[in-house]
Design a protein around this ligand. Structure first.
Ligand code: C2E
Ligand code: CA
Ligand code: CA
Length: 537
């Protein structure tokens, strides 16, 4: 009969099981999804009871932890892995780094790291073949304790992987405070649909990890769609049933010989004066400066002629953004919207910044496009500095100024025939979007320019009523519109409202966007000048 052993049964046969091989290991490969090569594997513990069949870690590990026995099991796993690696090395099979799980209870044991180090030396295994996985929850026992253990592991040269990243609420704080070398992001923690909110969270985490220069391994990857999606957002390492279930030693050994290997690529090497870790810390001086005291700023990587935005500050969004969200900008290609000539000017400036190692500047035009107000052309002056490089990749910091208005004035004065036209000007439409959950309103470029609307209006529509853009006697009606949109009672609304100081009649329309569950997500608003005849419609 197959069944889970009771706590007492487990404890009674624990010693015996350790000795007789009932507790053993399976190996699960970690793969580079871009190349199909193996970059490592994880050792996973199994316990098979001669009488009652396979026991699962989710059942027996908590019991071992509770009874202060987990360290013995984990050391047995480590011993086993070392012995396996020794076999490989002795028989001329090139191994990959194997990661071993460290329970958060192992962290409480004073000599745990010394114990594993002793085992490594006993089998004489180069430390590069051993990684240690710690979970985010290890930090529950206190940051200092974990930091100390990580420091010790690093001193001996072990690569430390943060397991189950994304499972806990404190993830991001833990990440910036703990010096881990690799992040394992479990797909299963991030609700099924990768197109929606889950996907946004994942891609934000991957971006942040990039910013820290930390490689990410996606774990629990079961479908090609998931793997492709992860690759598309910059995470090419995967572990999961898609490539292989955890397999016994013999089967893993033959995989090792069949599949090519490659190392995890090194993290971006940031130039000393700029400390990436501190830069990411929301309280650090660097972040304060990045967000408040410089103008629009962006950090992007550049590799083989391709650029990718890693981080932008609020003012960058304002300078370039029209109406794009920070995330939209990050996801967009910084070269998009540049024609061939402007593209060339920009890359030449990057090349100059690489060779001079100093600040270089250029002016480039680009077409920007947002969902709600269409296309517009802007001119950006960029001051660019290289802040990091690896063999193939460069990291740049750029300060940007939107000099479109300046340029236009210049053009009007001196080159009237090349005068620049805003396409939205002809359309005569103002547009904005309201986030239902946050009540944040984002206006289009024209609203910002002509009506002086700030890039984000919180608690919409109250500030617009207060500042008089919106007539007081329409306020209650308009609040009622908002309520109907928020509650999802309607999918669209429209009416004539006299707007701005001149109280000019505008035809105001709203369309509601819903999420996959049909809940209201965003309301898109537009206002067009009422032309003759329309009032009677
Ligand atoms: P974990 O460290 O997050 O290990 C990954 C788990 O995900 C493994 O479960 C693995 O079999 C499973 N998995 C891998 N790919 C997929 C997939 O595509 N889909 C799904 N649904 N699952 C996948 P497993 O082996 O049952 O281990 C569960 C947990 O038990 C581990 O989670 C780890 O926290 C713990 N554990 C396993 N071995 C050890 C060990 O030697 N020591 C310690 N302390 N904990 C261990
Ligand atoms: Ca693990
Ligand atoms: Ca995991």
């Amino acid at each position: 009969m197959n069944r889970a052993l009771t706590e007492k049964e487990l404890l009674d046969c624990f010693d015996e099981s350790l000795k007789n091989g009932s507790i053993y290991i399976l190996y699960q490969p970690k793969i580079n999804h871009s190349t199909g090569r193996m970059i490592g594997a994880e050792a996973l513990m199994r316990w098979s009871s001669p009488e009652f069949g396979m026991q699962y870690p989710s059942d027996f590990i908590p019991v071992l932890e509770k009874n202060d026995l987990i360290y013995r099991a984990d050391l047995a796993v480590f011993d086993n892995v070392c012995s396996f690696l020794r076999e490989c090395l002795d028989s001329g099979i090139k191994p990959v780094p194997i990661s071993v799980n460290m329970s958060r209870y192992d962290i409480y044991r004073k000599n745990y790291v010394e114990e594993i180090e002793k085992l490594r030396l006993k089998y004489n295994i180069p430390v590069k073949y051993l990684h240690v996985e710690v979970t985010e929850t290890s930090a529950i026992g206190g940051m200092e304790l974990v930091s100390g253990v990580l420091k010790q592991l690093h001193e001996y040269g072990y690569i430390v992987e943060m397991d189950d990243f994304g499972s806990g609420y404190s993830s991001l704080n833990v990440l910036k405070d703990l010096a881990v070398d690799v992040i394992k992001l479990d797909m299963r923690f991030l609700s099924g649909n990768i197109g929606g909110r889950g996907g946004t969270i994942i891609s934000a985490i991957v971006q942040m990890a990039k910013w820290l220069g930390t490689p990410v391994i996606a774990e629990g990857v079961e479908t090609m769609e998931q793997a492709d999606y992860m690759k598309s957002i910059g995470c090419k390492y995967v572990q999961g049933y898609l490539y292989s279930k955890p397999v016994p030693k013999e089967e893993f050994c033959s995989k090792l010989q069949m599949v090519d290997h490659e190392p995890l690529t090194p993290a971006l090497d940031l130039i000393r004066e700029m400390d990436a870790g501190r830069f990411w810390d929301p309280r650090s001086m660097e972040t304060l400066i990045f967000n408040n005291f410089v103008g629009g700023a962006v950090i992007f990587s550049y590799q083989n002629g391709k650029a990718e935005i890693l981080r932008v500050n609020k003012k960058y969004v304002r300078e370039i953004g029209m109406n794009m969200m920070e995330q939209e900008i990050i996801n967009s290609d910084p070269f998009s919207g540049m024609d061939e000539n402007n593209h060339k000017i920009f890359t030449e400036t990057l090349e100059r910044a690489i060779s001079s190692n100093d600040e270089e500047s250029c002016e480039t035009w680009r077409t920007v496009c947002s969902k709600i107000c269409g296309e517009d052309k802007i001119c950006i002056r960029s001051y660019i500095r290289m802040i990091g490089k690896t063999e193939t990749q460069y990291l740049f910091y750029a300060m940007v100024h939107n000099i479109t208005a300046e340029k236009r004035r210049y053009d009007e004065l001196f080159e009237s025939e090349r005068r620049f036209r805003f396409s939205s000007e002809q359309a005569n439409v103002y547009a904005w979007e309201v986030d239902i959950a946050t009540k944040d309103m984002r206006p289009c470029f024209r609203c910002m320019r002509d009506l002086n609307v700030p890039p984000v209006v919180h608690n919409y529509p109250e500030p617009m009523i207060e500042n008089g853009l919106f007539p007081p006697d329409y306020a209650d009606m308009y609040r009622e519109w908002m309520r109907k949109l928020e509650s999802g009672e309607v999918d669209s609304l429209d009416g004539i409202i006299p707007l701005t100081i001149g109280r000019i009649p505008f035809h105001v329309r709203f369309t509601l966007e819903r999420d996959e569950n049909g809940e209201p997500l965003k309301a898109y608003g537009s206002a067009t000048l009422v032309v003759d005849g329309e009032e009677n419609k």
